[in-house]
Design a protein around this ligand. Structure first.
Ligand SMILES: Nc1nc2c(ncn2[C@@H]2O[C@H](COP(=O)(O)OP(=O)(O)OP(=O)(O)O)[C@@H](O)[C@H]2O)c(=O)[nH]1
Ligand SMILES: [Mg+2]
Length: 478
């Protein structure tokens, strides 16, 4: 039996960035030759790419954890670390990527369409790159950033040429099993098919795909039964085939009213009106079925349908059906102007790149959120005072200090940078951030210290800021 997995969870872990290197050039008779620590390499991305030769998500069902390689650390003598390798994961055409809450992140259609599921971490700058007029020989380097780790859900919206629609037990799965090499599960009770099956049919020189999906019942378009799940798959097919049961034992049904019910559901769902349709009358191996088929054929043809009488069990009428479908598909393909150009899906930016927010929380802590401040914190080696000072300069230049002050933060207040689960917490000292390791001064109450007059404080800060500003005008690594 072929297993068809159309919904999987993927845990994508991008590679970490390599750390920058802090090193001093050494040469005979030149004891202090200047900083020459190289930058760390970028961590590899985890990238999803549509590959039309891939038909299921089964592989990710079996091994859902995927990791790209890390960037290498920088080295002395200005040697940069090697970048990590991107991990390219092939996915079937029609894969929809969602987050855990069910929001669509990307809809991947067309060979080569890509989506970055996990972004590799940036490499840290080495001390050579961090040198500036003011900081001629930095004794520190930036850390590489951890790669992005993300859980996504991938769903397959079938991209088949033909969709078989009909009531449960009309014989859709049986039909696909005899038209193609697919071996779907077939049983004698409703809703056998829980996920779509995909079969490949060869008729003459035309090769096309046919999707077998869960049976429809009245109310499907409103989400009854597996209706919506099912209709999601039909959306992309270019031909619809009504599979009608000519031998149903349910007394209140007959093929023509079945057809009306299904058509009403399709109309309700919408967007499928332009798709060509044809009708298959199945189960004519049963004598009553054969009689009924002959009786209703004229009515269906009057409605404009091309009608095929078949038996999936006795395998009759199949050739005519598969060649008729091949004809319609060949025509549809010829009418399609050109192959859709490869579309690159660029992941939307999560937060405003330049911005950050400061909020005081219930416990009195001031929380700073924003891409840059959070990144800078990740890049900082808190065991190195100079690196911590550099971080303080960066934050001050971005205006984080100003905002903290506006939000009412006072010297000694707790400031957290980053999300709740993963933040770095400081005791705040204006224009000088101390690392968490320097928190030892318990018992001192900053509020008791005589504060500088506000105007003086501002002047001092501005003077310092100008200095920092100048340095940054001269050099900004990002
Ligand atoms: N006699 C006869 N029985 C058939 C024929 N085609 C299918 N059946 C039987 O009808 C039952 C349902 O067939 P399926 O192929 O599972 O029907 P389905 O349309 O896929 O059903 P769902 O997946 O529930 O929507 C099975 O017991 C089949 O053996 C046929 O041509 N003749
Ligand atoms: Mg079925």
């Amino acid at each position: 039996m072929t297993t068809f997995v159309d919904r999987v969870e993927l845990h994508a872990a991008a590679g970490n960035g390599g750390h920058g290197c802090a090193s001093v050039h050494r040469e005979k008779f030149k004891p202090l030759g200047g900083p020459d620590g190289g930058n760390g390499g970028r961590g590899g991305d985890v990238i999803l790419v549509v590959d039309q030769s891939v038909t299921t998500l089964l592989e990710y069902h079996h091994s859902p954890h995927r990791k790209a390689t890390n960037g290498q650390p920088g080295a002395g003598d200005n040697r940069s670390g090697k970048d990590g390798q991107d991990l390219v994961l092939p996915v079937p055409d029609g894969t929809v990527v969602l987050d855990k809450e069910g929001n669509v992140l990307a809809d991947l259609v067309g060979q080569g369409t890509t989506f970055i599921a996990g972004q590799g971490g940036r490499g840290g700058l080495g001390n050579a790159a961090l040198a500036s007029a003011r900081r001629k020989a930095p004794g520190f380097a930036l850390l590489g950033e951890p790669g992005e780790s993300r859980d996504v859900v991938m769903e397959l919206k079938t991209v088949a040429d033909v969709a078989l629609v009909g009531y449960p037990s009309a014989g859709k799965s049986s039909l696909i099993s005899v038209l193609s090499a697919a071996k779907p599960k077939i049983a004698d009770y409703p809703f056998t098919t829980l996920v779509p099956n995909l079969g490949v049919v060869t008729a003459g020189s035309t090769v096309y795909t046919i999707a077998d999906v869960p049976g429809l019942i009245p109310g499907a378009s409103q989400g009854k039964g597996l209706g919506l799940e099912f209709l999601r798959h039909v959306e992309r097919c270019s031909v619809l085939v009504h599979v009608l049961d000519t031998a149903t034992l349910e007394s209140d049904r007959d093929p023509v009213s079945d057809l009306d019910v299904i058509e009403a559901e399709l109309r309700q769902y919408g967007g499928l009106d332009d798709r060509p349709r044809l009708v298959v009358l199945n189960k004519i191996d049963i004598p009553d079925g054969q009689d009924l088929a002959e009786m209703i054929r004229p009515e269906l043809e009057d409605r404009g349908y091309q009608v095929f009488e078949v038996s999936a069990i006795a395998r009759t009428g199949l050739k005519e059906l598969s060649f008729a479908l091949a004809g319609i598909i060949a025509e549809a393909r010829a009418a399609k102007p050109t192959e859709e150009a490869t579309r690159i899906v660029i992941r939307p930016k999560a937060v405003d790149d330049a911005g950050f927010t400061v909020n005081q929380e219930e416990d009195g802590i001031f929380r700073v959120r924003g891409e840059k401040p959070e990144r800078w914190v990740r890049q900082t080696d808190f065991n190195n005072d100079e690196a911590v000072g550099y971080l303080a300069d960066r934050l001050s230049r971005l205006g984080v200090e100003d905002q903290l002050m506006k939000a009412g933060a006072r010297a000694g207040d707790g400031v957290a940078i980053g999300p709740e689960e993963n933040a770095v917490v400081f005791d705040w000292e204006p224009t000088m951030m101390a690392g968490a390791e320097m928190l030892g001064r318990r018992g001192e109450d900053h509020r008791l210290e005589a504060p500088r007059p506000a105007a003086q404080r501002r002047r001092d800060r501005d003077a310092e800021r100008d200095d920092v500003q100048k340095e940054y005008d001269e050099f900004d690594p990002f």
